[in-house]
Design a protein around this ligand. Structure first.
Ligand SMILES: NC(=O)c1ccc[n+]([C@@H]2O[C@H](COP(=O)([O-])OP(=O)(O)OC[C@H]3O[C@@H](n4cnc5c(N)ncnc54)[C@H](O)[C@@H]3O)[C@@H](O)[C@H]2O)c1
Length: 440
């Protein structure tokens, strides 16, 4: 099948490479020309495990190519996936501008298209927006009718950064929402290669499902961390407690997201919680539990700050800046929030992150850091040795392999605060450092 993917960010790149590896002919389109050039050279413009190799293979065999020519990308497609960003506005509301812009651009080209095109939206979007905003916009701008001249589908994805390729190939489920049979058939054909159940939902149900998932994931993290804080205060080992909690898969569900550790962050959970809350507020609907997830998460960042402050050291080294291991995505990383609190309170902070250092040669990461995190860029160091020389106290912020390995280099007298639980990777007890865990 001929597939086009519009928006070659985290979700778009992984999706494009994975559709290609399923045997489809994929054309990626983005407004960012540097990303296009990188993909056509077989290089991934984002850091994501397994993506480099997959992308290289698919570009080499010509299953995947990228273009900045929107007309070419549209012409190529039997089905077109939209994977552009849906970030938060300042007031927490969902910002639909990129989705609307790309839909407008597609609509203009649809005017002259005689064959049927399915447009499938993968971006996260609030319930009701497809029916009241997106489909009407495409119909108005193209002069065509949904279901007759073009199909529209909502096909949310359930990828986690860092393991997104594996999640694409082994998703918990596939969700298809569409009003026309042609689009449903096309999407089923694509996803039948993956051995997972397909749920046929309405647009609204599919939209809410994605938010429900993310709210539940955030709830699990915050809940587990509250139990972690409570355990620590009571002198109880939270890891043993939570290991037993997740063993109960009859009543307590699966272990994912239920390891005591650091606050949640990243490009999805915080913004999606804000979007639900803002939408609910507009509808005079109170969601105190979901509201409190964000407060609980903030309390967890403050708790980690308090641990560092209590140690009484001024030279702090942060090992790992992104919100989780094996990703270069810095959006809403809680470690950045922690670093800012430390710097604001006069601490001398230096940061080392192996993946970020590597990803600095990627335009997207470098430009993001230069533009959004100028203050952070000045305290990033190039080597673990430099970080060690600077630090009286080290904070392990994510479990990227090299960071964990580095713990072996710690010497007597070093102090380590572990936000992510080193357990089973290396034994802090074997090094005579002053070790403290965030929830244990
Ligand atoms: N990142 C995740 O782990 C994740 C997980 C699940 C769902 N999602 C959802 O998927 C969507 C995409 O997220 P992301 O993290 O991949 O976004 P991203 O910001 O990494 O990438 C978006 C890409 O779209 C491109 N773009 C913007 N406007 C465009 C246009 N008019 N034409 C062509 N390209 C355009 C940008 O240049 C960028 O490359 C969001 O709705 C997000 O909530 C993300």
């Amino acid at each position: 099948m001929n597939i086009s993917v519009f928006g070659l960010g985290h979700i778009g790149c992984v999706s494009a490479a994975c559709y290609a590896s399923l045997g489809h002919r994929v054309m990626g389109y983005d407004i960012n020309h540097k990303k296009i050039a990188m993909i056509n050279r077989g290089l991934s413009p984002i850091f994501e495990k397994d993506l480099d190799q997959l992308l290289r293979e698919q570009v080499k065999t010509k299953h995947l190519q990228a273009t900045g020519d929107i007309a070419k990308a549209l012409k190529h497609a039997d089905i077109l996936f939209i994977c552009v960003e849906t970030p938060s506005n300042r007031n927490g509301e969902i910002d639909l501008s990129s989705v609307k812009r790309v839909c407008k651009q597609i609509s203009v080209l649809l005017r002259d298209r005689s064959s049927f095109l399915t447009i499938a939206l993968r971006s996260t979007i609030l319930p009701g927006m497809v029916e009241t905003q997106i489909i009407p916009l495409i119909e108005k701008e193209s002069g065509k009718t949904a279901g007759i001249d073009f199909g529209f589908a909502l096909n949310p994805e359930f990828l986690r950064e860092g393991v997104a390729v594996n999640d694409f190939m082994n998703p918990p489920r596939t969700v298809i929402a569409a009003n026309d049979q042609r689009s449903i058939t096309l999407l089923c054909e694509i996803y039948q290669a993956l051995d997972t159940p397909i749920f046929h939902l309405s647009f609204k149900e599919a939209s809410v499902l994605k938010y429900a998932d993310n709210a539940f994931h955030a709830l699990k993290v915050a809940f587990t961390n509250e139990i972690g804080r409570f355990c620590k205060a009571m002198g109880v080992d939270s890891r043993k407690v939570m290991d037993a909690v997740v063993q109960d898969q009859k009543l307590n569900l699966s272990p994912t997201y239920m390891k005591p550790g650091f606050a949640f962050g990243g490009s999805c959970l915080p913004k999606d919680l804000r979007a639900i809350l803002r939408q609910a507020q507009k509808l005079d609907t109170f969601l105190p539990l979901i509201d409190s997830i964000i407060k609980s998460n903030e309390e967890h960042i403050q708790h980690s700050y308090n641990l560092i402050a209590r140690a009484g050291k001024k030279h702090i080294g942060i090992l790992g800046l992104s919100f989780k291991e094996d990703t270069d995505d810095l959006r809403e990383s809680p470690i950045i929030e922690l670093v800012e609190r430390l710097v604001d309170n006069g601490y001398q902070v230096k940061i080392f992150d192996d993946i970020i250092n590597y990803a600095l040669h990627l335009d997207s990461t470098r430009e993001y850091i230069q533009k959004e995190l100028t203050h952070i860029s000045t305290i990033l160091v190039d080597s673990i040795q430099e970080l060690l020389c600077h630090s009286e106290l080290l904070v392990l912020g994510n479990k990227t392999y090299k960071h964990v390995e580095m713990i072996r280099e710690l010497r007597n007298g070093h102090q380590l605060i572990d936000l992510v639980d080193l357990q089973n990777i290396t034994t802090p007890a074997s090094i005579e450092v002053n070790y403290e865990g965030i929830c244990w």
